[in-house]
Design a protein around this ligand. Structure first.
Ligand code: SF4
Length: 474
């Protein structure tokens, strides 16, 4: 029985997912893998999975995206996909000449129990005997286990980061003698523009135009160029950019890791701490003044350097904007949704500007999202509905009773916003019905300012639209 029939928000009880608020795990893994220089993702499973993933990511990034597939047929689904995998590795090596191949598994491959670690050992053995016809080209090959029935695209993303790091990061024994301290920043699933902003922030600390300056850092994964680069004269199978393999190898010797987000499964930051002794700080995505302050403080502490003066000015501009826009946002009500890290940061930001997040939802399950939001300081006494394993139908049924003024998240929330008759403030991933999703800036003081402007302007536009003659002053 649905809430619409009972009128009681507590009575929802469904066993099916209706318009899920999550995407497929190999999709998230593929995005992370495109953040490694010279790396091509290889999806072990049927052709349809890679076609869907390419189609979905291209509509957001508006860039070509080559992804290999081991192309399961009926016989591979029954007898196993070992030969398909070997052929795919051979073909990718020959035609792309990659530095690395990141294998990400599909629901089908994991369901039939494909033993990828064993296959890779066998392939390496054949390769070292010269039996694979690729002897002079030896890309690094690693594997991320990413069935979608076990997690979301966010889990796939973290899993791929973990797989690449644990395959590449060499022995760590602290920073090399005499070498300047290096830090690692693991960026989470953020926009290409966000990654460029993180580079700007890191470089402002180093005073260098490059990540290899006097205060070196590794930002990983970095798809700011590979998924949002300039146009080409001729097609590039593997676009330039991405975190260099040598830099990933050096992450085990860093002075510290700052991990944006809190992975609930595979955790590369935890691996660096446990296996390489690299100190770890987990931080919320820097959205909102409180999260940004904490992010800058962590960077400053890890590096032992003062926060550059320029960020005090950016912070001041953001505070000024909060004051200017306060009358438009204060007391408004919002539904927010998306990846658990992103939705948690949005909830904190909205609370900070006086908006009541009446629903905070994520498609992830058992990610610690509820506990994380339950502990967050709140300016409002109104109860926030925290939804895990959420779908858009469930959100709509709850939201009808909670009367939000706007909805905030990716473009899959369009029908939710339409049914509620409120504006959708587009942000996060994916954005399929507007141009420039990859260029939305969310992070840092400047990103927060951008989100704040988007919210104020959406509410002002809505007010204008509701009045016959509109207002030219609001
Ligand atoms: S079958 Fe699984 S891996 Fe393939 S597209 Fe669907 S959810 Fe993704």
């Amino acid at each position: 029985m649905s809430i619409a029939e009972t009128g009681n928000p507590g009575s929802i009880n469904f066993t099916s997912t209706r318009n899920a608020c999550k995407l497929c795990a190999p999709l998230g893994a593929s995005l992370a893998l495109r953040g490694i220089e010279g790396c091509i993702p290889l999806i072990h499973g049927s052709q349809g999975c890679s076609t869907y993933i390419r189609r979905y990511a291209i509509s957001h990034f508006r860039e070509p995206l080559d992804i290999g597939s081991s192309n399961f047929t009926e016989s591979a689904a029954i007898f196993g996909g070992r030969e398909n995998l070997f052929t795919a590795l051979d073909n990718l090596t020959r035609s792309y000449k990659p530095q690395a191949i990141g294998i990400t598994s599909t629901c089908l491959a994991e369901t039939i129990g494909e033993d990828l670690p064993m296959y890779l050992k066998q392939y390496e053995a054949e390769r070292s005997r010269g039996g694979r016809n690729n002897a002079c080209l030896e890309p690094v090959i690693f594997y991320a286990s990413t069935p979608s029935y076990r997690g979301t695209h966010m889990d796939g993303f973290h899993e791929a980061v973990y797989a690449a790091l644990s395959a590449l990061a060499g022995e760590g024994a602290g920073p090399e003698k005499g070498a300047p301290p290096r830090i690692n920043l693991i960026s989470g699933l953020v926009s290409a523009e966000d990654i460029r902003e993180l580079h700007r922030i890191l470089r402002s600390f180093t005073g260098s135009p490059d990540s290899r300056g006097p205060c070196p850092y590794t930002l990983f994964p970095d798809y700011s160029e590979t998924l949002d680069g300039p146009s080409w004269e001729t097609y590039q199978k593997l676009p330039q950019g991405g975190t260099r393999l040598d830099d990933i190898r050096g992450m085990g010797r860093a002075a510290g890791t700052l991990y944006l987000g809190r992975p609930s499964g595979a955790d590369a930051g935890r691996w660096l701490l446990d296996c390489r002794g690299v100190p770890l700080v987990n931080a919320e995505l820097p959205i909102g003044i409180e999260n940004c302050d904490s992010f800058f403080a962590s960077l400053s502490e890890l590096w032992g350097r003062e926060i550059p003066e320029t960020w005090a000015k950016e912070r001041g501009r953001l505070v000024d904007a909060y004051i200017d826009g306060h009358k438009y946002v204060n007391g408004k009500r919002a539904v927010i949704y998306g990846e658990e890290d992103f939705a948690a940061a949005l909830a904190s930001f909205l609370d900070e500007i006086g908006v009541v997040p009446v629903i905070a939802a994520t498609g992830a399950e058992n990610s610690g999202f509820r506990a994380r939001l339950g502990q967050a300081p709140r300016n409002t006494k109104e109860k926030m509905e925290i939804m895990e394993d959420a779908d858009f139908a469930g959100m709509l049924e709850k939201a009808k009773f909670l009367k939000p003024d706007f909805v905030m998240g990716h473009s899959k929330g369009l029908y939710l916003a339409r049914n509620l008759g409120v504006p959708l403030v587009r942000c996060g991933f994916p954005i399929h019905d507007r141009i420039g999703g990859q260029r939305i800036l969310h992070l840092g003081y400047r990103g927060t300012l951008n989100l704040f402007d988007l919210i104020c302007n959406a509410l002002m536009e809505e007010t204008q639209a509701r009045h016959e003659n509109g207002y030219t002053y609001l």
